[in-house]
Write a protein that binds this ligand. Structure first.
Ligand SMILES: NC(=O)c1ccc[n+]([C@@H]2O[C@H](COP(=O)([O-])OP(=O)(O)OC[C@H]3O[C@@H](n4cnc5c(N)ncnc54)[C@H](OP(=O)(O)O)[C@@H]3O)[C@@H](O)[C@H]2O)c1
Length: 348
């Protein structure tokens, strides 16, 4: 049975949502057999980490493979700690900016790095640079003998014309704004340590993971539902179901190399903000208001390498739009972490 045929019509509860987000594909189950225990996930308490950790657990279980998954974060939110432990993920509370605490982390041959800081950069830029630059250095030193998949972002590229082919992995990294530049720095620090210690790495330039509690689709839908104007200045976007993104991030452990292997991770198609808002208007029974003038350039990642190495995302965006509309109409929970998809100057 293909992944598409197993998709539900609607998602009614957080339990059902988490189940869909962490349902392992056959190819992930197969891949898990190749990983020695443990797998360490750093920065695991954010939007993606909990479901990524559980996906890894479920895939290992389905493979009949005894694999310990260790989630490392400060666990600023206590609920995440219990959510993970109840589901069989080991947790270690650790501030990854603390050199001594990092030195005490368990050895692992496979490490997934999700740490990042974006919002609040404009008011506290030093915090962003410290998180995005120092943490990669400490982690790279500690896990020099492992292999590391580190999350980066499509924000490392400058704006590209939508009429072109999109920014490819070999293109210059010359974005606007301090946040985006700190993410270039994050990549460069990993690259430096990869060369210095011969540590195989992959740098995953993700653009807009989405699920029903956060993401660019939830943001557009909530604004439409509330009768707020949708800013169309950025005109187009790409996004990927968080379950698919997590699946590919884990499988990217098999793509690591020296120098690091860079990979754009998002939808192959570009989606129109206007058309998406109108679709939500239809599904939610709301008129849609717009603001701004559509530009012909924006963040646009080329996905040829993704298609060649990992294949396309399994979950169709139209299904996610349908789930999101239903979720919002029935009062489903939001993480209250807006994407600020309208930002154009790299200032967050
Ligand atoms: N989600 C997306 O759509 C998206 C898009 C593009 C790129 N990305 C990249 O993908 C990565 C994961 O995304 P995400 O949405 O899950 O990010 P997130 O929600 O910001 O989660 C990252 C987590 O890292 C932890 N962290 C931060 N500083 C730390 C420190 N000093 N020590 C230990 N843990 C620390 C935080 O949890 P605690 O407070 O509990 O420590 C935080 O929740 C990020 O690096 C981001 O740059 C994500």
């Amino acid at each position: 049975m293909s992944a598409t045929t197993r998709l539900p019509e609607v998602i009614e509860s957080e339990a059902a949502l988490d189940e869909v987000l962490t349902r392992p594909s056959a190819r992930l189950v197969e891949f898990m057999r190749t990983l020695p225990s443990p797998v360490v996930i750093l920065g695991a308490a954010g939007k993606m980490g909990p479901t990524l950790a559980l996906l890894a657990r479920r895939a290992a279980e389905a493979a009949g493979h005894r694999l310990t998954v260790i989630a490392v974060s400060r666990f600023s939110d206590d609920r995440v700690r219990s959510w993970l432990t109840e589901r069989g993920v080991q947790i270690i509370a650790c501030d990854l900016l603390d050199r001594r605490a990092v030195a005490g982390l368990p050895d692992a041959a496979n490490v997934i790095y999700l740490v990042g800081l974006k919002f609040g950069t404009t008011t506290q830029p030093a915090r962003t640079w410290a998180t995005n630059i120092l943490t990669p250095a400490l982690v790279s030193e500690h896990y020099a003998r492992g292999r590391i998949v580190a999350l980066s972002t499509g924000n490392v590229y400058p704006l590209a014309p939508f009429a072109g082919a999109g920014s490819a992995e070999g293109d210059p990294l010359t974005p606007l704004g301090e946040y985006s530049n700190s993410c270039v720095g994050r990549e460069r620090i990993f690259e430096y340590y990869s060369a210095r210690n011969a540590t195989p790495m992959a740098l995953i330039r993700l653009s807009y993971a989405v699920e029903l509690r956060y993401g660019v689709l939830a943001d557009i839908a909530r604004r439409v539902y509330a009768g707020e104007a949708i800013d169309v200045t950025n005109s187009r976007f790409q996004c990927i179901w968080q379950g698919d993104a997590n699946e590919m991030i884990i499988r990217a452990l098999g793509l690591t190399g020296v120098p690091p292997f860079s990979l754009n991770l998002t939808s192959t198609a570009l989606y129109s903000i206007r058309a998406t808002a109108l679709r939500f208007g239809e599904l939610l029974g709301r008129p849609v208001k717009f603001s701004g003038v559509e530009m012909t350039t924006g963040l646009y990642s080329n996905t040829d390498r993704l298609m060649a190495r990992l294949g396309g995302p399994a979950t169709p965006v139209e299904a996610i739009i349908r789930w999101t509309a239903h979720w919002i109409a029935q009062g489903g929970r939001s993480l209250n972490k807006p994407t600020h998809f309208e930002v154009r100057d790299g200032e967050y």
